[in-house]
Design a protein around this ligand. Structure first.
Ligand SMILES: *Cc1c(COP(=O)(O)O)cnc(C)c1O
Length: 390
């Protein structure tokens, strides 16, 4: 630990969570109450309704009382019955994870694999669906934050739906920062994240669920019940007449109310435009500084993070520690097979501010100059692909 590690960083530009809006901090000072109190039940219902309006979905999303991975596991467990044929798009770290969660519930998981620096071609999904016409579910990640890529989910979802499959999307990192049209694109299950572009806390995860997906869960004898992984237990929890199955995360619900206030004040379109503007200027600054983007095609970059390749002999972890010690700035590193090789500037939520992201590029260049003065002439690291999953 360096001496500066004994205090929080001055600035976090990582992949979420990061600083929350003032409205969310203020909401946390509401008194902690018992969850059966009528005021709290109404408060919970109100936040659920506001969320439904902001997402333009007819039914309030279920609020999974845990971070996003729990909600993703819950979705896999609830939607997949033994023997179901499912197609998983393994587009990167989270896509591969999802394949593991699916495989716990059926032995008929078909994988559409793509290199981490690329995005899938919807035509390849169409071919796979022709080969496996009994597919009940297609799962995909929208924004693969570890790779910095954005998948064409509207096109992929259209192909899946045309084949009669349900569509499940990990939209944890995209909602609030990139356009997500849950009803328009026919997404049956969309798992959101509050702690990415929406700048909320990581302990509560909204999941938007279509009537067809609810029917599939209700018909699945193995769908979890009386469990942290149950979505069915929480169906209708926003109805003030229905008791909660167990104690919700009251403080996280308070913070959610503040997140929604900030979201409503800025507006979805303005928030998405802000993320796009900052991502565009960060990519331009990185390019200008001689850094190389990790995604092979810049047109496939997401607006949540700028993922950068590093020269041979430079480790992302020591570079970030150096930047934190010198500049008080905490960046994100690589995950899974990209650990050590890919460095990321997160420009999400309160961090989606152009000046901050440009500062990050300058800090990275200065740290590279310290670590390897000849870094510009070194070849770039090639992350190991496929030989190891995580
Ligand atoms: C952040 C993220 C998650 C959830 O991971 P956490 O451990 O809850 O942060 C899931 N999927 C994607 C694509 C993400 O970016």
């Amino acid at each position: 630990m360096s001496p500066s590690d004994h205090a929080p960083p001055r600035l976090t530009l990582a992949s979420g969570p990061g600083p929350m809006p003032a409205e969310a901090l203020a909401a946390l000072s509401l008194p902690l109450v018992h969850h059966t109190d009528p005021w709290f039940q109404q408060f919970y219902a109100d936040q659920s309704q506001r969320l439904a309006r902001l997402l333009s979905v007819p039914e309030p999303p279920v609020l999974v009382q845990a971070e996003a991975v729990v909600a993703l596991e819950a979705a896999a467990a609830s939607l997949v019955a033994p023997g179901d044929r499912v197609i998983n798009i393994a587009s990167g770290h989270y896509g591969r994870f999802f394949g593991l969660w699916l495989a716990r519930h059926t032995d008929r998981v078909v994988t559409l694999s793509v290199r981490d620096d690329q995005v899938p071609d919807p035509r390849d999904l169409a071919l796979l669906l022709q080969q496996y016409p009994d597919t009940t579910l297609v799962s995909m990640v929208h924004c693969e934050t570890p790779s910095g890529t954005l998948l064409p989910i509207a096109e992929l979802a259209a192909v899946a739906r045309a084949a009669g499959a349900l569509v499940l999307v990990d939209a944890v990192a995209s909602v609030g920062g990139m356009p997500v049209s849950i009803v328009g694109d026919g997404l049956d299950v969309a798992v959101l994240g509050l702690h990415k572009c929406l700048a909320g806390p990581p302990g509560l995860t909204p999941v938007a669920i279509s009537p067809a997906a609810w029917r599939k869960m209700a018909a699945n004898p193995n769908a979890p019940r009386a469990s942290i992984l149950s979505l069915l237990d929480w169906q209708g929890a926003d109805d003030t007449a229905t008791p909660f199955p167990f104690t919700p995360s009251v403080l996280e619900v308070y913070a959610l109310s503040g997140v929604l206030t900030a979201w409503e004040a800025e507006g979805t379109a303005a928030m998405i435009a802000r993320h796009h503007r900052v991502a565009t200027s960060t990519r331009a600054a990185a390019h200008h500084a001689g850094l190389t983007l990790f995604p092979a095609d810049p047109a496939t970059c997401c607006d949540a993070v700028t993922a950068l390749r590093l020269p041979v002999g430079v480790d992302e972890r020591s570079l970030r520690a150096d930047i934190r010690a010198r500049d008080g700035l905490w960046l994100a590193g690589g995950e899974g097979i990209l650990k050590g090789a890919v460095l990321r500037i997160g420009h999400i939520g309160q961090g989606a501010v152009a000046e901050m992201a440009v500062q990050a590029v300058e800090a990275i260049v200065a740290a590279l100059d310290r670590a390897a003065p000849d870094w510009r002439s070194r070849p770039l690291q090639v992350p190991e692909q496929a030989s190891r999953q995580f």
